[in-house]
Design a protein around this ligand. Sequence first.
Ligand code: IMP
Length: 183
Amino acid sequence: MRLAFITSNPGKVEEARKYFRPLGVEVYQLHFEYPEIQADTLEEVAEYGARWLAKKLDEPFFLDDSGLFIEALKGFPGVYSAYVYRTLGIKGILKLMEGISDRRAYFKSVIAYWDGELHIFTGRVDGEITTEARGKGGFGFDPIFRPAGFDKTFAEMTTEEKNVISHRGRALKAFASWLRENL
Ligand code: IMP
């Protein structure tokens, strides 16, 4: 079985392949722009995108939508993470967090899989926003996110280390185990 991953990020595809190869499922990257609506939850954004794409594609596919949720900022940037990363960036988030001692935050990832019906899988990783950027790996907010139980930021970890505990890794794992039982 071949399964399209709708994304512009080849790194995400590589990550997904590891979970699906053992099932004999070949994941491939498909670039297809789709609307990302403004909504309160990642689930709504992912579901809208998947239902829109379902009208254009006649093969099974999935997409993912993720974000960083900071407790002291009432979940900001959350669904606006991509936009906030492009505008305020890491420096902007550190500035907003100046003087705030509660630094709890989490990343969440929502995968929407379409096979004629919609299936949603989620993953979350809890941690803290550091007081300075550390590390060169990863992408996005990785240099300022330290997962709970570790003394390194995501950007200081290898891709493998990050994937085992990351929000996306966890959502992919849930998706792969569902697929194993439902293929
Ligand atoms: P997207 O859903 O992949 O577009 O992610 C939205 C935004 O959330 C990205 O632009 C990043 O800023 C942030 N983000 C999502 N996942 C990660 C991650 O694993 N590490 C760091 N930032 C992430």
